[in-house]
Ligand binder design. Structure first.
Ligand code: OMP
Length: 212
């Protein structure tokens, strides 16, 4: 896939599946091809463990790294402090996942949340910004609301992107690429609609054209 894509067209994301198979060397290989890498390992642990994992990611030179906002304020603050201690020329964007885009309101109630996705995302995004995060992962359905409250203080990373008529798969809170940008998304995360396509580069080009 990396051989077919051009770093001028997109950044790339390395998630749990690829990282567990291939480890840090795949990150280094992608970077040596000129790609900015989003290391999507969604760290969620006690403050010490999470912040040390974020520091390890930063030392790999990744462009973006994420943790779960539900790890709490102390965990997120520890991650920010650990990054500052490293004093890197280029620190990764530190992003907190609010509510997974695969979760519906009904599923959130089932696991004991007292409100639906929009309210939980609003709450966790405010906590994330206050705890030193550069931005959050959310659905583009919540993007306009968050841009209105936080403006330039929040970067919005939005998975659950589905072009018109494409498979929803396991996602629940989906938005089309053009609508996501219109809602204020800064970075669209698009997996299967591109990776599972017969002609991934064509699909990516069509998506980019739809944004212009
Ligand atoms: O942090 C993420 O990247 C993430 C958060 C989230 O709430 N939802 C979500 O789908 N993701 C990731 O974004 C990607 C979406 O992939 P597709 O559903 O194939 O487009 C997957 O790699 C997920 O792990």
């Amino acid at each position: 896939m990396a051989d077919r894509l051009d770093p001028a067209m997109c950044r790339v994301k390395v998630g749990k599946e690829l990282f567990t198979c291939a480890g840090p060397s795949v990150v280094e290989a992608l970077q040596s091809k000129g790609f900015d890498v989003f290391l999507d390992l969604k760290f969620h642990d006690i403050p010490n463990t999470t912040s040390k994992a974020v520091a390890a990611a930063a030392r790999l030179g990744v462009w973006m790294v994420n943790v779960h906002a539900s790890g709490g304020r102390r965990m997120m603050e520890a991650c920010r402090e650990e990054l500052e201690r490293l004093q890197l020329d280029r620190s990764p964007l530190l992003i907190a996942v609010t509510v997974l885009t695969s979760m519906s309101d009904e599923e959130l109630l089932e696991i004991g949340y007292k409100s639906g996705a929009a309210e939980m995302v609003r709450h966790l995004a405010a906590l994330s910004v206050d705890s030193g995060m550069d931005g959050v992962v959310c659905s583009a359905q919540e993007a306009a609301m968050l841009k209105q409250s936080h403006g330039i203080n929040i970067k919005l990373v939005t998975p659950g992107i589905r072009p018109e008529n494409s498979d929803v798969n396991d996602q629940r809170r989906i938005v089309t690429p053009a609508q996501a940008v219109q809602n204020g998304s800064d970075y669209l995360v698009i997996g299967r609609p591109i990776t599972q396509a017969a002609e991934p580069v064509n699909v990516l080009e069509t998506i980019i054209a739809s944004l212009n």
